[in-house]
Design a protein around this ligand. Structure first.
Ligand code: DON
Length: 573
């Protein structure tokens, strides 16, 4: 599998009524510290960047609800975390509002109307990944701004108040972290190759921690959105600049593609696991289906009795992952374009049959385990989660796909476009940048949404919000969410341990268990003896989570934690 480039971020915002103040770790855009965890009672936001978490908190303090905070945090991320935070990408939002209304918003990018099935194949049928992964042709029609306005229907404050922190961060600038400096420096060559107009992300000398990044053109775009609403992006000056940029670099997105883009409200995927209800994203994300399949596959065998990261529990999780990812490759795609047998592949009988050949202590084989047999059936980086004092919880994952997306900045508009087209199956059976294999169900078609792995998730206990979780990481996203869920539910861990413990990942193909460097050597050895191939890789995901614990006064204590793996920051009050 190629090197993963995380460009998806997670933000979690949570707020509830009673509680003690927590010292702010952010003074201003030039003075801030990363805070990994916070215990709060009125509200908490966890995201990939301190200034973005802070923007969410400031909105909660002004009387906004979780949805307001989620919107403000996403917009701030589009400025302070340009590698993944975005307005030129897309995402998914899962929420439960006070009163029980459940929401799944799909603002995934769409293939442009001029896109075609074999558009990334050369004359010999060989995939040209340089085109699906970088530059103008790699971009789908962006969905984020439409999604933010669709989400605003559930918010309390005017949109102009939610976008103001982002405008100020873009206009006045902010100091960058070492991680950001490293990201910008390593992308300089690609920025220079893909852009004919000067961009804020390139300067002569290398970036270093403490430098100030000012994005005046982006501030202009954000002001057009503030003043003209959703049309400030999809029509008028911004649309004109996007189309001109596409024309300069051979991209396909037209004014009509932009004008027609709509966010879609989907039916959230909701299912029981033990005493909990899991709510997650349905298609066009594979995430909700995959975690449902995997949790059902392990449920009967009781993970907790096997023990945390024992060879037996790791093996069971791996074999569940193998089977679910095989189904992803075969069946899943945009439900508006292809029939996906969702009901069947999450049904108890199908799950039972999928695990029938599971043999404890013996490695399975992806050459033998293909996708399941499905009879004819009649009949989705950055993550953000929010909960507020009124019991609203919001979980959002949004992405440009690869780090800094297509590395193409819209000239005059100052924002990066996505390279989400690579999430389609460029050629059936040929892996994409995350090693994911797809089939006809995920082939490119005009107006179609590319299959995603993003898994914004909420867990309820007795109907009340209990856990808000999500992560970037391409195909490793459902695995990270699955492992965070079983760590909390089956292994009874607190938030920090649940998300910072070593992770491992299997995705059917390649047939190997990928492990983080701190995954225990003794367990690796035991798994090798069972017949598994073990590959050590870099960090898996950056999970942001909030655990809500009921207090004696009818409120909650919020245990909010930002992943140890990046600049992630938990803020609360
Ligand atoms: O939608 C997806 O599944 C991918 N485009 C997500 C990419 C991602 O998480 C990158 N971060 N590591």
């Amino acid at each position: 599998m190629k090197q993963l480039q995380c460009n998806t971020i997670l933000v979690i915002v949570s707020a509830i009524l009673l509680g003690t103040p927590v010292t702010a770790q952010v003074k201003n855009a030039f003075q801030y510290e990363i805070q990994k965890s916070v215990q709060a009672t009125k509200g908490a936001v966890v995201s990939a960047h301190p200034l973005a978490s802070h923007a969410g908190i400031s909105v909660l303090k002004k009387g906004g609800n979780a949805m307001d905070a989620a919107i403000a945090t996403q917009l701030a991320l589009a400025v302070v975390y340009p590698g993944a935070g975005n307005i030129g990408g897309g995402g998914f939002l899962v929420a439960q509002m006070n009163g029980g209304k459940r929401i799944a918003l799909d603002y995934r990018e769409k293939a442009p109307s001029k896109a075609s099935r074999d558009m990334y194949l050369d004359s010999t049928g060989k995939p040209r990944f340089e085109l699906s992964q970088s530059g103008h042709l790699a971009s789908g029609v962006p969905g984020t701004v439409a999604g933010l306005f669709a989400a605003h229907a559930y918010a309390k404050l005017p949109f102009k108040d939610l976008i103001q922190p982002a405008i100020e961060l873009a206009e006045k600038g902010f100091v960058i972290t070492q991680h950001e400096a490293d990201g910008l420096n390593s992308t300089k060559t690609a920025f220079l190759k893909n852009n004919t107009r000067p961009t804020a992300f390139v300067k002569e000398k290398p970036w270093k921690a403490g430098d100030t990044l000012v994005q005046s053109e982006l501030a202009g775009t954000l002001k057009r959105i503030r003043d003209n609403g959703v049309r400030g992006f999809y029509e008028g000056e911004t649309a004109k600049l996007i189309v001109e940029e596409m024309q300069r670099g051979g991209g396909l997105i037209t004014r009509e593609d932009l004008r027609q883009y709509k966010a879609v409200a989907r039916e959230p995927m909701a299912f029981p696991y033990k005493d909990f209800t899991i709510i997650s994203m349905p298609l066009p994300s594979s995430g909700g289906i995959i975690i449902q399949q995997m949790l059902k596959m392990v449920q009967k065998r009781d993970l907790s009795s096997l023990g945390f990261q024992t060879p037996a529990s790791v093996q069971l999780i791996v074999e569940a992952e193998r089977r679910a990812y095989a189904d992803r490759a075969e069946f899943m795609g945009d439900p508006d374009f292809v029939k996906v047998p969702v009901k069947t592949i999450v049904s108890d009988s199908y799950i039972q049959q999928r695990m029938a050949d599971y043999r404890q202590d013996t490695a399975g084989s992806s050459a033998v385990t293909k996708a399941g047999v499905v009879p004819h059936e009649s009949e989705q980086t950055t993550h953000l989660s929010v909960a507020d004092r009124w019991g609203n919880v919001v979980s959002v994952t949004t992405t440009l796909n690869g780090g800094y997306g297509s590395r193409t900045v819209v000239g005059g508009a100052g924002f990066l476009m996505n390279n989400e087209m690579d999430d389609f199956s460029v050629k059936p059976g040929v892996p994409n940048m995350y090693g994911a294999i797809g089939n006809e169900a995920n082939a490119i078609a005009p107006g179609k949404r590319m299959l995603s792995s993003m898994t914004p998730t909420i867990v309820l206990k007795e109907g009340k919000p209990f856990f808000v979780v999500g992560t970037p990481g391409g195909t490793t996203i459902p695995t990270s969410v699955f492992q965070a869920l079983v760590n909390v539910i089956d292994f009874n861990m607190g938030t920090e341990k649940a998300i910072n413990s070593a992770k491992f990942h299997h995705q059917w193909l390649p047939d190997e268990i990928m492990v983080e460097p701190d995954f225990p050597e003794t367990v690796r050895e035991a798994l090798r003896k069972m017949g598994y191939k073990i590959t050590v890789r870099g960090f898996i995901g950056r999970t942001e989570a909030i655990l809500l614990k009921p207090d004696r006064k009818g409120g909650f204590t919020l245990d909010a934690v930002g992943d140890k793996r990046g600049d992630d920051h938990a803020e609360g009050y």
